[in-house]
Design a binder for this molecule. Sequence first.
Ligand SMILES: C[S@@+](CC[C@H](N)C(=O)[O-])C[C@H]1O[C@@H](n2cnc3c(N)ncnc32)[C@H](O)[C@@H]1O
Length: 270
Amino acid sequence: MSMNFDRAAGYYDATRGYRPEIGSAIAKSLAQAVDASAATRFLEIGVGTGRIAIPLEQQGYAITGVDISLGMMARLADKVAELERAGRPVDVTLVEADMQVLPFDDGEYDAVIAAHVFHLVADPIRAALEALRVTAEGGSLLVCADMISGHEPMSVSEKWREIVRDTYGPIPSSAEAADDLLRELRIADPSLSITGLRPVNWHFTTTAANDLENIRQRLWSNTWSLPDDVFAACLQELTRWCLAVFGDRMTDPLPREGEFVIRRVRRDVQ
Ligand SMILES: C[S@@+](CC[C@H](N)C(=O)[O-])C[C@H]1O[C@@H](n2cnc3c(N)ncnc32)[C@H](O)[C@@H]1O
């Protein structure tokens, strides 16, 4: 099982995209995390629509992106074509491949980025070890995730996870999956050093109505694998909870904090 994002290609950027200044700040942090130079060879596994790869390339770094979704990569290719029409060659190479079996030589890349991907594959540890295999000696695997927090006691998406967990079973978030994976990696290879780096932070607002509607439309991958009847029952419970908690404040703005978390994994140089 891997989660192909073809169905999300049309709305991914509208629902997950970063504001341009946040995309640039994230790209700068990733470059700093590996002391990048113009010669640094970047690979992003699960590159998607290039939400991270494009800003990184725009800062002067060549990047190869791997994905199993041709739909997501087609969006990325459209962005590359648009930038090239504006007059600059863009150094992005796209490869259709499964991150659990990368079609690259050992040590082919200096830095491998994995953002929001390990919760989507059948064997995350295999994917991480594969990413480390193609990382050059002294290079880094950057495991990244967006963490969203708010002020009210529980957000609509947290409540959704709770309802699904109680009804059907746990659906680990991308950040939780990354934490579990890093713990397992430490055990699998004690020579790895894992360092948390300074995150990129931003603020935005949402509303309970908007969050509920996104779930109703099954925009998030954590809704895709639920059988329709389970999804309908969970949604009904979530809707009741939203009406009880937010009442006539369903469309009031709710402040949110976003945090792009980066963990750098390095194998000690022999
Ligand atoms: C949540 S999106 C993240 C995209 C990008 N990293 C970002 O942060 O915007 C996950 C991406 O991983 C891809 N993916 C899922 N399983 C994969 C696999 N086994 N091999 C390669 N890509 C995979 C999906 O198709 C999707 O484009």
